[in-house]
Ligand binder design. Sequence first.
Ligand code: PHE
Length: 507
Amino acid sequence: MANTEELQTLVLTTLDRENVIADSKDLKTVSGETLNQLALLGMIDYSAIDREFWTLSEEGQQVAEQGSHEARVFEAIPTGEEGISMDEIKKILGKAASIGQGKAFKNGWIKKNGSNLVRAKDSIEDQTKNDLQEIKKTTTHSNSKTLNDLKKRKLVEKQKVTTYKVSKGSQFSLEIKKEATDITAEMLQSGEWKNASFKKYNFDAAGISPDGGHLHPLMKVRQEFREIFFEMGFEEMPTNCFAESSFWNFDALFQPQQHPARDAHDTFFLKDPSSTDRFPRDLMEKIKVTHENGGDTGSTGYNYVWKEEDAGKLLLRTHTTAVSSNMLYKLAEKTKKEGVFRPAKYFSIDRVFRNESVDATHLAEFHQIEGVICDKNLTLGDLIGFMDVFFKKMGMDKIRFKPTYNPYTEPSMEIFSYHTGLKKWVEIGNSGMFRPEMLLPLGLPPDVRVIAWGLGLERPTMIKYNISNIRDLLGHKVKIDMIKEYPICRLDKKMGKELVGVNQDEQ
Ligand code: PHE
């Protein structure tokens, strides 16, 4: 096949010779794009000629050569009174026999004689064959009804071709001038710029995508959530350590040591090193007695023998609340040191791990968004009120709560939002007020209350970027190009509506 340049030269030389090309159909494979390039240079003008033509299908081809099924049935029947059985015809014609038989009857070409078929006419005219032969020769037929009938019988197909009428443009010449894309120092010195023709700017062209780094979609959405927290005066917690002790992940959260979540079926424990004793001794003692009998928290505890050995087990943190408990301990220490309690608002958005079977919506790791507010005399009303404001920032303005259970919060509430699309309430997160059994051992003043909530990052991201399989978002199957191509995330109000349903399964 000729290349674009050769085809363009062919068009130009033909125009030079003949002044106009009435129809480009004889000019090899000149495409619209090839002509368009010349038209943009003003060298030619062109317009499209759309044409329809008819071709025979494979079966049509066969009928044009061998005759229609019905004619072949007729031909297969010998002249005379005796006729031939259908079985015999089938042996001769195969599949065509049954189709042809019906039509031949309808046309009055054949009739029955006992169980045999006999000719009802001396001769027939195979109009279908004639029609197909005409179409084959002329690519059309004088009768449009015939064409449509044959099309319904799948004997012919309609095809479309576009060719072009081409004439000389105002800038016609035999030579395709290369247009300059830029002024160079040489052009200025030689004065060539005065005569040069410059390529027009194409303001519709897509920009060149920058070669620099690209944020993963999860990180783009995370950035938007971070902005919301910063805007509301929150401080980011250091969540850069994925390995955590059971102590901070469970014990400090008043989660008993025999709780099912602390099983290897649910949690990834580390092998090497498998344990640590690096947590504050005095705090450990307080947590031990609180678990065993409530200590001086006013609770009865869980009534079991607490083991340091279990608290020391290292694991991949199962929730970012492990970091929150550590931060609250630090806040308590600071309060003691400074002699004054200062309210705090913390948040984190980072990775957590659970020993779960992987499917289209679950991986063994995901990201949690967590918020913690710590102040004197906070109430459940504050939590509800705050949730309203927080989720409104994402456009979710109908929020409801349902009581639930977490070992470390009381009361605990699942958060629901009304999904206008699904027309129902869907769970979007989990929340609660940290229990005194958790806060008092950490050393926070007794009138300090802490409200907290958590939700997943993957769901809003999948909704925002229209990803239905989580394995396309995270893991070894993720396409690097996808990361480059996804646009910046803006959590607008409209998106908030879609975001409803952002929770991950809670532990
Ligand atoms: N840690 C909880 C979870 O993993 C979420 C949560 C955070 C619940 C804070 C209440 C308070 O699901």
